[in-house]
Design a binder for this molecule. Structure first.
Ligand SMILES: *Cc1c(COP(=O)(O)O)cnc(C)c1O
Length: 398
């Protein structure tokens, strides 16, 4: 890949750049301190100590105890583990699970796997902003419900869910509550006790840490089995030699995120709102997807009628702009995003979506350049669309 051309990276919901401080912190554990934390000699003790420290950092960030933090290979594993293990561990109590229609595929596909294996799953709908319907959730609870899994914030449209309310409801009913917080962790304050969260997934590469490492928080007393069987690592609950560089990198990224979270959220939210205002004002027939204010600080998601999202992405790429049309997992398939359909968009409108997700590195100049290009490209694509021509001639309103 050529890197001499200026690149503007606005796909931070898909993955993020590793921070130099994070990489620097990881390097010794890739080189000189390669000891296996499970070994006895003092050389390995350096690795053991680093992993222990990392666990403390993560626990502090979540208001949890160190022994409630389990290192995994990332968000997908944490989601799989939490949901499958909770389902099987509580099978004698019941076989019913509740989730939402807008979850990440790591949750949705895990649930459909369970459906094929004797479990029943209720998928709760969302309103036009992508907020879960609490009345529907309450009604879905059965005596056999053992788990509610609802994401903290959506990866496509950024909408933040009423996690506290869901946590309180689950607690009151004696049901386990898992939240996929991969998009929220490091961006929003999270206290697992205040929010009554029993299990929480997070991932390193979404917070300027390395790929292939994540955590599952499991509240003390929640009895779920291991997901990876083998050695006795992670309190006998997640086997496999510790990914020491990944784990310390995750913790460093967490530490930095915690330090700059409030300041960054303010700065990035201002730039997000500027992006939204410019697009809605300057691109005709554009709509914002997701809640106007209850959304992740860095997320914008739009639909442009009479446009194919794929064409838009390719033309933006030609201008050095990395963006997305929904989730990384749906690109390559022709189906529109399940999230955009769930908020009530028609197929043809959902197809013309654009997600721009910012980072603290994003500047106003970047946004101005991107919005100018989006305007030009949307114009050009529409000028080639017979549907758009008919629409304009008909003089109809949207
Ligand atoms: C990225 C993402 C995941 C998957 O995390 P990985 O670490 O890439 O496996 C799960 N859930 C959400 C909401 C995500 O954004």
């Amino acid at each position: 890949m050529s890197t001499d051309k200026k690149m503007i990276y606005l796909d931070n919901a898909a993955t993020t750049a590793v921070k130099p401080e994070v990489l620097a912190y990881m390097m010794p554990f890739l080189q000189e301190y390669y000891g296996n934390p499970s070994s006895i000699y003092s050389f390995a003790g350096i690795s053991t100590k680093a992993v222990d420290q990392a666990r403390d950092t993560v626990a502090d960030f979540l208001g949890a105890k160190a022994k409630e933090v389990y290192f995994t290979s990332g968000g997908s594993e944490s989601d799989n583990w939490a949901i499958k293990a909770a389902a099987y561990a509580n099978k004698s109590k019941g076989n019913h699970i509740i989730t939402s229609v807008i979850e990440h595929h790591a949750v949705l596909h895990t649930c459909s796997f369970l459906e094929k294996n004797g479990f029943e799953v209720s998928y709760i709908g969302v309103d036009e902003n992508g907020v879960i319907r609490m009345d529907e959730l309450k009604k879905a609870i059965r005596p056999t419900t053992t788990l509610i899994s609802v994401m903290f914030a959506n990866n496509e449209i950024g909408t933040i869910q009423p996690v506290r309310e869901i946590g309180e409801l689950a607690k009151e009913k004696g049901i386990l509550f898992h939240t996929d917080a991969v998009q929220a962790y490091g961006h929003l304050p999270i206290n697992v006790n205040e929010l009554s969260i029993d299990m929480l997934s997070a991932s390193g590469h979404k917070i300027h840490g390395p790929k292939g490492v994540g955590i599952l928080y499991i509240r003390e007393g929640v009895k779920i089995g291991p997901f990876i069987h083998g050695g006795s690592q992670e309190r006998n609950r997640r086997a496999g030699t510790h990914n020491v560089p990944g784990i310390v990198g995750f913790a460093k990224a967490t530490e930095i995120a915690a330090k700059v979270m409030v300041e960054n959220a303010e700065k990035i939210t201002a730039l997000r709102d500027y992006t939204i205002e410019r697009i809605l004002k300057e691109v005709p027939y554009a709509r914002l997807n997701g809640h106007r204010t209850d959304r992740l600080p860095n997320n914008t998601n739009f639909c442009f009628r009479f446009i194919e999202g794929e064409s838009l992405l390719i033309m933006l790429d030609n201008k050095g702009i990395c963006a997305s049309s929904g989730s990384a997992c749906t690109s390559g398939s022709l189906d529109p995003s399940h999230v955009l359909l769930a908020i009530g968009l028609l197929h043809e409108i959902a197809h013309g979506s654009l997600r721009l997700t910012l980072s603290e590195e994003t500047t106003k100049e970047d946004i101005d350049y991107v919005v100018d290009e989006v305007k030009k490209i949307v114009d050009r694509l529409r000028s080639m669309s017979p549907l758009y021509e008919d629409f304009v001639k008909s003089g109809k309103e949207m």
